[in-house]
Design a binder for this molecule. Structure first.
Ligand code: AMP
Length: 577
């Protein structure tokens, strides 16, 4: 396909906010592409060249793009930069100055050139990147240049989330969305939309049904549901395994011979951050290849106890790793096994995975197997819970004995029970910031007074509001927050946001904060759970408990469904008391 045709599709996608229309348009687009093109276009729609978990980034700033554009147009760089300041969008500027014409570029050629630009690194790379981008822009028509500019800046903003692309694959292949579950399963096992699209359209549906986990490709992580008591857990899943709930960060470790990769909960490649875990994995995983999961915590050697999360999280940094590693060595509590030596363990029951995990890990001082008991007695479960709390842990996770590892699913195969305080929800929620209000009174000097935040609705691939949050941040954090949000502010409500409230400033749904609240109430102004005339749901007295969570993508936020469940659970507790 010609890139100009793809640009036309982008334009049509940009013009609609209706999800059904987006799916239909994308399906039409996929139908007219080759499998190779589908793979690349799936990435481009996400402003990427490779799956999210791979690190290749464009590394192109607005200044650099302006420089390339000036070169392509043979204009003065400063003059162009001043024009940009008036127009506010380099893509539009490129379009209006280049004009129509040419339309010679193929999708794959543009992709290859973009890849070449992104992978140009090292000495003199800035110069080289600028030249290569200038050459690409000079071969483009105005409309093509507009979208190329937006792609390299990461500002395509078509509002297409993963579920929309998965639906479109299904429509393109079968004319309806019936294949979404099988396609989604494959996606959950590899986190690579391009690979899933390529496999479906080159090898067919059977290959998708047969899809297996692969070492090196992160598996979307299974998540836990919550229940308020040991009794309810036992009556829901019967005899179960109970493990402590560690408050560190989730790690999925992939071992392929001597090569180790570590993925975070939101599937980022964190390998470089954790040399101590890598060393431990090399020494202690007794297999040629394997994928295991666990929670990493910083360990205080002197006191022989774990540090709290606020300390552990300091290990999540990109620089001076050796220094911090010496102060805060990590230990990993392994709790699941997903693959070993050619065998996909995800379909196997928990109990089998756990048995195999136990004899896979050799003794050593980095990786340990999480403690566990098997019980159908609420009293015993409670005792284990109290012990976990007593030793400074967050609570417990109960696991259904016969459950497979369900990639990407949050269900009752795993149930968490956390400490609950009177007058507070027993669990925090993860909310996506979608806008902010400029402050009044004391906060006016910061230019930000409160946040408008929402939950995720996977059914409609949209963010719906549930709280206006004005507390929990320090003065410094408000200033920092405003800086972060101003970088992603947009002129009007983003297409994936559903809101009745209008904040002073809309932002791209990107940052997730952990929020505590007293309770969930019904509300006419919030859209989470709102159905026609029915009221929505809102958090009462919400406060930010943890600043921007770098380990959560917006789609990892708490869902509308979870808010409904928490609301119902809270009512049950009220009835009991
Ligand atoms: P939450 O983030 O509150 O939904 O709780 C689920 C998280 O608890 C998982 O994503 C893990 O990072 C963490 N976790 C800690 N201990 C365990 C465990 N034994 N089994 C499963 N998850 C655990």
């Amino acid at each position: 396909m010609k890139f100009s045709e793809l640009a036309n599709y982008f334009e049509r996608l940009e013009a609609t906010t209706k999800r059904n229309e987006m799916v239909a348009l994308l399906a039409e687009l996929f139908k007219s592409l080759t499998p190779q093109e589908i793979e690349k276009v799936a990435y481009l729609c996400q402003e990427r060249l490779v799956p999210n978990y791979e690190k290749i980034e464009f590394g192109i700033s607005e200044k650099l793009l302006a420089k390339s554009l000036a070169k392509a147009l043979a204009r003065d760089e400063e003059e162009l930069w001043n024009l940009y300041k008036e127009v506010g969008d380099l893509g539009l500027l490129a379009q209006s100055y280049i004009g129509e014409g040419k339309d010679k570029l193929e999708v794959l050629e543009v992709y290859n050139r973009l890849m070449d630009i992104a992978t140009t690194v090292g000495k003199g790379s800035i110069e080289k990147k600028t030249d290569k981008l200038a050459e690409l822009l000079s071969l483009s028509s105005g409309k093509e240049a507009k979208y190329i500019s937006r792609i390299v800046l990461g500002r395509l903003r078509l509002g297409i989330g993963d579920p929309t692309i998965l639906d479109a694959f299904s429509y393109a292949y079968s004319g309806d969305k019936s294949l979404r579950p099988v396609i989604e399963r494959a996606y959950n096992l590899c986190s690579d939309l391009g690979l899933v699209g390529f496999t479906l359209f080159s090898k067919g549906l059977e290959a998708i049904r047969d899809f297996k986990v692969q070492v090196g490709k992160p598996i979307r992580m299974a998540l836990a549901e919550r229940l308020p008591s040991a009794e309810e857990i036992i009556s829901k899943i019967g005899k179960c395994s109970v493990e402590p709930k560690f408050d560190g960060f989730r790690c999925q470790i992939h071992k392929d011979g001597d090569r180790i990769k570590i993925f975070s909960r939101n599937l980022e490649d964190n390998t470089d951050m954790f040399p101590d875990l890598i060393e431990g994995a090399r020494k202690q995983i007794d297999a040629e290849s394997a994928i295991i999961e666990g929670e990493a915590l910083a360990f205080n050697e002197e006191a022989q106890e774990f540090f709290p999360f606020q300390v552990t999280v300091q290990r999540k940094r990109k620089y001076e790793i050796e220094t911090i590693m010496a102060d805060l060595p990590l230990k990993l509590f392994a709790f699941d096994l997903l693959y070993v030596d050619g065998e996909d363990y995800t379909p196997r029951p928990y109990i089998e995975r756990r048995e195999r995990l136990k004899n896979l890990i050799l003794p050593g001082n980095v990786i340990m197997i999480a403690d566990s008991i098997i019980t159908d007695n609420p009293k015993e479960l409670n005792l284990f819970f109290e012990n976990a709390i007593g030793s400074g842990l967050e609570g417990i996770v109960a696991k259904r004995l016969d459950a497979p590892y369900q990639a990407g699913a949050r269900n009752f195969n795993w149930i968490k029970l956390k400490r609950s305080y009177k007058g507070e929800l027993s669990d925090t929620v993860d909310l996506v910031i979608i806008g902010y209000y400029v402050g009044r009174g004391a906060r006016a000097k910061f230019g930000i007074g409160s946040l408008l935040a929402g939950v995720y609705d996977p059914d409609t691939d949209a963010f719906k509001t549930v709280a206006k949050i004005g507390s929990g941040l320090t003065e410094d954090e408000w200033v920092k927050m405003k800086g972060l949000l101003d970088e992603i502010k947009v002129n009007s409500k983003p297409s994936r946001v559903i809101s009745i409230l209008e904040p002073d400033v809309w932002v791209e749904p990107k940052y997730v904060v952990e929020v505590r609240a007293d309770e969930i109430t019904r509300s006419p102004v919030h859209t989470a759970g709102k159905d026609g005339e029915e009221l929505g749901y809102a958090l009462r007295f919400p406060r930010v408990e943890r600043f921007v969570r770098i380990d959560r993508r917006p789609e990892d936020a708490t869902t509308v469904q979870e808010i409904l469940e928490m609301y119902n659970m809270q009512r049950k507790i009220e009835v009991k008391e």
